[in-house]
Unconditional design. Structure first.
Ligand SMILES: Nc1ncnc2c1ncn2[C@@H]1O[C@H](COP(=O)(O)OP(=O)(O)OP(=O)(O)O)[C@@H](O)[C@H]1O
Length: 787
């Protein structure tokens, strides 16, 4: 492993109120030599695990070989029973062994991270009743050397002292049933690179602030980093404490909602490790770009196996034969609002109940182009079933009845002409097979006929089992058509005629097997009603980031599918860029009387005071004004109608590129982004267009719509708000869209508008921004942290 030479060690000298480490050099030497020792223990442990892994792998291979030699013995019932039991045991053994292999790999991965950065903090403390001083070092995983506890996992109960306690404070911690009080005597933070301490500070009362500012001042990256070392008290509490089954983490943009949610997942996996596994957690994020962005966070916290999902992945995986038509924010329609709403979900339930009586759409059951059971006949069977159960239960009875009917038809079919025909074309080999069974010609022909019929009817049987006698798509279209009788469309500002026109468009899309996200979700929900909703216990936790991006319909569907799971949700209703997505009231409606523990984070860690002061004027909830902790330059507005516009903005961007900053041109819509692309082409800037969530950010300069930049951050964000771009946008969507765009900027925000009369800046305090064309020098580097 690469180790840095001791020469470049330095102690972080903090100005102002932050106490330095006393006897720096001596202390530093001691700490470094401890760290060297710890790393040597880690090295040895990695070696040991590598050996253990190879051994386990070999054993696994042997087991696999052995299992292939086990055959089911069907000589007698007992023998068959015994041999299949043996096989099952083998399979279970294999699963256990491969889980063990995974655990070894995961532990190795944690240790490899710890080789570079073994721990980030030290706490000296004493139990108030005992006075004897103890010491812990806190890192992403625990490490023991014989009996000695070298590193304590940041999630261990005692590690809460690092986040909760200031020197001299009494901190009460809960250990299972009992509570103990501790006093913190020393809190030391380390900055470590390649196992070398490059900075060290003893913090007195302002936990982590010097490090925090240093971390926040650094440049952004394509991947989100972990923040365990600087997690703040208010964040730590949400991570560790939940008295309620469901948790809602709300907060201003950049307040660490995602960070806290990820940290909470890692914490839960640690705290409940005997009951909770990574596969018990279903994690949703708004799009795949965001998913890629946060993909490193859990591994950096010591957890590897939690898989992320977007809601569209969740649905499309369940309906693989359809494709999803993505929509632009600008195209967000009132129809989408109807279909994403709770009244629509409710309408679907009522419609399903109605289907128990009538309107079910059946198709003929056919064999060789001949109708075996006509749709009228199926309808008749359906009507004569008197079931008290659900729609799905009634359809299940129908399925069984159709199979029974099929049996009768099978018997009748034995003498059918098509069977005569197939009989004549039977191969000699098949004939011989039948001959072996019996020499009685009549019996043999009977057997052959039965076999031919059984084979032909097998496909029909399969179709009945998969309920393809029901025209599910036609049923969905019918549901859409009767919506005006089930919902008051006026509440959504949609006329009945417009709705029916819209249904025609859906029919056209369906001819191409294409669905909008809302339709696909509703179609899936209808299928569940018809096939049985199958409540699932497969997940213990459902974690949803950017909850405001999910529709009430989608959340209700999840809640009905996983009613017993605990929900951890993070989001910001101010960033609801898709109109008519989830509101607080709807959230509570969905969870009914279930308690939701709600948290509100107001400190903004991402953006500067100046950026948030500007952005907050676009937000709809003034009582939730952000409290940023850093200062830099004010946002600057560029006017596209001015002659020097192009040159000035180009110079500005180029100089920021030179500094290595990540820059995003953000438009409300894809169309808007595309309309700006020609400028970037003219300026000869090397940039990447991101119009699809399957793309990944891999350039320094990005052009993208805000829907795909949800949750992301950039050193510099440039909001694109020319009149042409504003044209397609509804006024109601303004607030959230612009707030979200502006709050993507960490250090500097620019805005491009058509001219000084722009609609966008009406009512915005002019002292909160500069005129871009007048700010020729790009300030960038100067930061006055402690303003
Ligand atoms: N305690 C902390 N220490 C260091 N950095 C932090 C801390 N909390 C948050 N951050 C940083 O602040 C930025 C914003 O965090 P995050 O993305 O979690 O916020 P958010 O509230 O989810 O934002 P959005 O509302 O835009 O989705 C990230 O760069 C994150 O690493």
């Amino acid at each position: 492993m690469l180790r840095k030479k001791r020469l470049d060690i330095y102690i972080l000298i903090m100005k102002g109120d932050y106490p330095m480490v006393r006897n720096e050099n001596l202390e530093l030497e001691k700490e470094q030599s401890r760290m060297d020792h710890v790393v040597s223990v880690i090295d040895k442990e990695i070696e040991r695990l590598a050996y253990e892994y190879t051994e386990k792998l070999e054993r696994q291979k042997e087991l696999l070989k052995e299992s292939s030699s086990i055959k089911i013995n069907n000589s007698s019932n007992e023998a068959m029973w015994e041999s299949s039991g043996e096989l099952r045991e083998f399979e279970q053994n294999l699963v256990i062994k491969s889980n063990e292999l995974n655990q070894v790999q995961n532990r190795r991965a944690v240790l490899e991270k710890m080789q570079e950065d073994p721990y980030f903090g030290r706490i000296d403390y004493h139990n108030v009743n005992e006075k004897e001083e103890e010491q812990i070092y806190v890192g992403i995983g625990s490490l023991f050397d014989k009996e000695e506890n070298l590193i304590v996992d940041w999630r261990a109960p005692i590690s809460a002292l690092y986040y909760e306690g200031n020197v001299g404070d009494r901190v009460k911690l809960r250990f299972g049933e009992h509570i103990e009080a501790f006093e913190v005597d020393l809190k030391r933070q380390f900055r470590v690179r390649n196992a070398t301490i490059t900075g060290m500070i003893d913090t007195d009362n302002v936990m982590g602030d010097p490090y925090l500012l240093e971390v926040l001042e650094s440049s952004s990256s394509n991947l989100m980093g972990p923040v365990i070392a600087t997690l703040q008290k208010e964040q730590n509490r949400i991570v560790r404490e939940s008295t309620s089954k469901n948790v809602l983490i709300q907060g201003v943009a950049g307040s660490g909602k995602t960070v806290v949610m990820m940290q909470k997942i890692a914490y839960l996996l640690y705290a409940y490790r005997n009951f909770l596994k990574a596969e018990d957690i279903l994690l949703f994020s708004p799009n795949r770009i965001f998913q890629a962005y946060i993909s490193q966070v859990l591994p950096s916290l010591g957890e590897w196996d939690v898989a992320g999902n977007t809601f569209s992945q969740f649905i499309t995986r369940r309906l693989p034969s359809f494709s999803l038509k993505r929509s632009d924010v600008g195209a967000a329609s009132s129809y989408g609002a109807v279909k994403g709403s709770l009244p629509f979900y409710d309408a679907l339930q009522r419609y399903s109940r109605l289907l128990k009586k009538k309107h079910l759409k059946f198709r003929d059951i056919v064999l060789h182009d001949e109708v075996l059971i006509s749709k009228e006949e199926i309808e008749y069977y359906y009507e004569t079933i008197h079931s008290q159960g659900s729609l799905a239960a009634k359809l299940e009875i129908l399925r069984v009845q159709l199979l029974q009917k099929l049996e009768i038809l099978k018997e009748e079919a034995v003498d059918a002409e098509w069977v005569d025909e197939e009989l004549q074309h039977l191969s000699a080999a098949s004939m011989h097979q039948f001959e072996r069974q019996t020499h009685d010609i009549t019996k043999m022909e009977g057997n052959i006929r039965k076999e031919i019929v059984a084979k032909a009817f097998l496909t029909v049987e399969k179709k009945i089992n998969s309920q393809s006698h029901i025209r599910f798509l036609a049923q969905y279209i019918h549901f859409l058509r009767v919506i005006p009788q089930l919902i008051n469309l006026e509440e959504f500002n949609v006329s009945k005629d417009d709705w029916q026109e819209h249904v025609k468009e859906v029919v056209e899309m369906l001819k191409e097997k294409e669905f909008s996200m809302e339709d696909m979700t509703a179609y899936y929900a209808l299928l569940l009603q018809m096939k049985g909703i199958m409540q699932q216990n497969s997940y213990q936790y459902i974690c949803i980031d950017e909850i405001q991006d999910i529709t009430p319909f989608q959340l209700k569907l999840l809640k009905d599918l996983y009613p017993r799971a605990k929900y951890v949700m993070a989001g910001d209703l101010n960033q609801n860029i898709w109109q008519n997505r989830l509101s607080n009231q709807e959230l509570h409606q969905i969870f009914k009387e279930e308690e939701i523990e709600s948290h509100l984070l107001l400190t903004s860690y991402r953006s500067t005071r100046e950026i948030m002061a500007f952005a907050d004027q676009f937000a709809s909830l003034p009582e939730r004004t952000a409290k940023p902790i850093r200062s830099r330059e004010k946002p600057a507005v560029f006017y596209a109608n001015q002659t020097d516009f192009s040159e000035k903005i180009r110079q500005t961007i180029l100089s920021r590129i030179e500094k290595g900053e990540r820059i995003a041109f953000l438009s409300p819509t894809i169309k808007g982004a595309e309309s700006f692309a020609s400028y970037l082409d003219d300026w000869n800037i090397d940039y990447q267009k991101i119009y699809d969530e399957n793309d990944f950010l891999n350039k320094q300069v990005i052009l993208m719509p805000i829907s795909l930049a949800k949750g992301l951050e950039f050193d510099v964000a440039i909001g694109l708000g020319t009149d042409e771009i504003l044209k397609g946008l509804s006024k109601e969507s303004y607030q959230q869209i612009w707030y979200t765009i502006f709050s993507r900027a960490m250090h500097q925000l620019y805005l491009v508008v058509s001219n000084e009369q722009t609609e966008l800046l009406k009512g915005i305090d002019p002292s909160t921004y500069l005129h871009g064309q007048e700010t020729i020098e790009v300030e960038g580097g100067s930061s006055n942290l402690n303003k």
